[in-house]
Each structure stands twice: as C-alpha cells, then as structure tokens.
Design a protein around this ligand. Structure first.
Ligand code: NAD
Ligand code: WQD
Length: 347
C-alpha cells in the first residue's frame, strides 16, 4: 500500500515526501532528475530515517513506468513531475507540452491499466491568467498566458474528462500560489539551475553574494508600493496540503479543485524588507521595467481547502524568509558539492 510520488526529488516533491513519510505513509518516488539532484533523495532519508523505493524513470517511458506499478502496490499518485519555467516554456513550447501533457497521459494510462484511480495533481495559480479581482476563488475563469500555464490548463481539462468517463476516479487538482521557504532543518530546499527566475531564490542568492543586486520588475502597479503582490506560501504548509488531499482521494471518489495559498498578499518590496529583517542581510535592488506577462496582484481565497480538506497555511512571511535563508546559507551551491562554500564571504 504505497503512494507514488512523481517528481519527488524536486523542490515541492521532496518536502512532500518528508511529510508523507513522517505521517506514516509508504512511498515510491519516480524522477528523471531533469531538474533535480539525487542528493535531495539522500536528505529525505536523513531527515525522516525512513525507507522508500526510488526509480529513476522518465514518465514518457511507459514500459519503465509500468514496472513501477507491477513491482509495487500503488494506492494513489501525487503527480509533481513537470517542467515549470515560464520563460523557457515560451522558447521551447513543444518540449513543455510533450513533457508535461504526454507525461501525464502516459501516467494516467498506466494507472488505468493497474486500476489505480486516485490522483493528486500539481496545478498552479497561473491557470487564472489575468484575474479580474482578488482574492481568487476556484470558480474564477481560467486562461493561459504562456505554454507552461497552458500545459497545466490542458492537463486539468484532460483529468476532468477522465473523471467524466469513469466516476470511479478520485482526482484532486491543487492550484499552488507562490511556494517559498524550505524545511526548517535547512537540509532540503529550492535548488534552481542557473540564474533564478523566481523572486525568493533570487533574493537569497543576492544575500549569499552569488548575485550582486535584485532587479525589481516595475514599481508602477496599482499596489501598496507599486510592486507586484503575490501570495507566498511556505513549502512545508504546501506539502501538508498534499497530506490532506491524499486523505481526500483515499476516502472518496470525485473531482475537486483547491487553491493552496495563505489568502494574503505581499509586495516585492515587503518581501525584501521581511527578508532583510529576518536575515540581517542587505538586499541591494534596482527598479527596472515590468516583466512581460506579469500581473499586478495575485492572492488566493483558500477557504475551500479549509472547509473541505481541513487545511490552512500556518507559517508566516518571517518563517518563510528565515527558512529560505537557512537553506541558502547552509547550501550556498544548492545540492552541488559543498567544498567551495561561500558562507562567511563579506558582502
Ligand atoms: P521541480 O522542478 O523542483 O520538481 C519537478 C520534478 O519533476 C523534478 O525533480 C524533475 O526532475 C521531475 N520531472 C520533470 N519531468 C519529468 C519526467 N518527464 N519524468 C520524471 N520526472 C520528471 O518543481 P517544483 O517547484 O517542485 O514543482 C512541482 C510541480 O508543481 C510542478 O508540476 C510545477 O509545475 C508545479 N508548480 C510549481 C510551482 C512553483 O512555483 N514551484 C507553482 C505552481 C505549480
Ligand atoms: C513574484 C514577483 C515579479 C523576480 C511564477 C510563475 C507561476 C508559478 C510561480 C508555477 C512578481 C517579481 C520576480 C525578480 C522581481 N509557477 N520579481 N524580480 O511570476 O508570481 O509566478 O512562479 O506554476 O506560474 O509565473 O513568481 O517569483 O517569478 O515573481 O521583481 O527577479 O516578484 O515581477 O511580482 P510569479 P515570481
């Protein structure tokens, strides 16, 4: 009786695996390391002192994936595996559609073949496109502004069709807002390749001295200080949302969608200020042009998850900043070799 976690070596997946193991679940992880490192799996073991099975498998490889289902008693699947960089998705859309959509189709075909019909899927607040108002509820209109977002939207629709075709399925779509933070041990965290696209890893890399200054994308939005507002959510809260969701799919059939956010927005400059206070590090920044495709304000109405899953985000912005900083400080090169440690560098 195991939960299969696709993409379990990644940022959100690794934190969710820790929470699943700590909650007493047996897990099997599948990942192709296209955007993660084997070291994250070692750290899951280190943190939980629990065992689990791992398969280095690409979801696009149906026969390898079948082996995972034939060798294990899988009850349910949490499906994180996917590519997630918005800018890259504009440059190589076919790769994004193929990996994300075909990967999900292959997974669902194999699940169907092995009569495993319980699925939790990683969707994103990006499916709300340019929302007309906030807070954003699950029933708001959906749209996509880039191939990454469109891949999520298409997968949501495919899973809806799958449920219509066979109501024995139990499917939960989780729409994440902006995950940041790390495990409180500082042993697992977000390890982006190259220069980070997202705000928090960019801030922590400025703090550690890998990057010189933060570029703030626009200060003329209709917000508290002109900079973009987002619903940042601690990754461990997000991971715990999956524990609640897996309970839901194990207990009942149905097709349900939940926002996972805190319900509160912070501007770029508010986040920078909170980070500076918690870390004691100065973050030099420069205001530059707006980034194309960005929206002004985005935060969740997360009451449905509270009412139906009994889940709420508990960790505040200081804890998010403190844990992101701890991870970066302890792992200046991410999961790469720790030899060239930058800790202690003057900046
Ligand atoms: P991540 O890149 O850290 O993790 C994704 C994992 O999936 C990686 O370990 C990668 O190697 C693996 N993977 C990708 N394609 C695969 C394939 N074909 N076969 C096997 N493994 C494959 O990303 P994350 O931040 O942990 O995000 C997890 C999921 O949540 C993704 O689906 C992402 O789109 C979604 N999401 C992320 C965010 C965010 O801001 N991080 C927000 C909303 C939604
Ligand atoms: C947050 C705010 C930027 C970087 C993205 C994806 C979304 C989801 C989460 C997966 C914005 C500003 C950022 C920087 C800045 N991922 N910013 N300087 O854009 O809300 O969401 O990640 O599903 O789909 O689009 O997150 O962290 O990139 O930006 O000023 O160097 O920080 O303009 O206001 P975003 P982000």
């Amino acid at each position: 009786m195991s939960i299969l976690v696709t993409g379990g070596a990644g940022y959100i997946g690794s934190h969710t695996c820790v929470e699943l193991l700590n909650a007493g679940h047996e897990i099997v992880i599948v990942d192709n390391f296209s955007n993660s490192k084997p070291e994250s799996l070692k750290r899951i073991t280190e943190l939980t002192k629990k065992e689990y099975k791992f398969y280095e498998v690409d979801l696009l490889d149906a026969s390898e994936l079948e082996k995972v289902f034939s060798e294990n008693e899988i009850d349910a699947v949490i499906h994180f595996a996917g590519l997630k960089a918005v800018g890259e998705s504009v440059e190589i859309p076919l790769h994004y559609y193929y990996n994300n959509i075909t990967g999900t189709l292959v997974l669902c075909e194999v699940m169907k073949k092995y009569n495993v019909k319980r699925l939790v899927f990683s969707s994103s607040a990006t499916v709300y496109g340019m929302p007309e108002q906030v807070p954003i509820s699950e029933h708001f209109p959906l749209s996509a502004t880039n191939p990454y977002g469109r891949s999520k939207l298409v997968i949501e629709e495919i899973l809806g069709d799958l449920y219509i075709s066979d109501p024995e399925w139990s499917i939960v779509l989780l729409r994440y807002f902006n995950p940041i933070g790390a495990h409180s041990s500082g042993r697992i965290g977000e390890d982006p390749n190259g220069i980070p696209n997202n705000l928090m890893p960019y801030i922590t890399q400025v703090a550690i001295g890998k990057l010189t200054e933060l570029y703030v994308f626009g200060n003329d939005y209709p917000t508290i200080d002109g900079t973009g507002v987002r619903d940042y959510i601690h990754v461990v809260d997000l991971a715990n949302g999956h524990i609640a969701a897996i309970q839901k799919v194990l207990e009942s059939t149905g097709f349900n969608t939940y926002n996972l956010g805190t319900g509160r927005g912070y501007s770029v400059l508010e986040l920078v200020s909170a980070f500076q206070n918690v870390s004691g590090q100065k973050i030099p920044f420069k205001i530059v042009e707006r980034r194309s495709g960005d929206i002004a304000i985005c935060y969740a109405d997360a009451t449905k998850a509270k009412d139906e899953l009994g889940w709420v985000a508990k960790r505040g912005i200081e804890e998010m900043c403190g844990d992101s900083w701890k991870w970066q400080k302890q792992n200046p090169l991410g999961y790469e070799s720790q030899k060239e440690s930058l800790v202690g560098r003057n900046h």
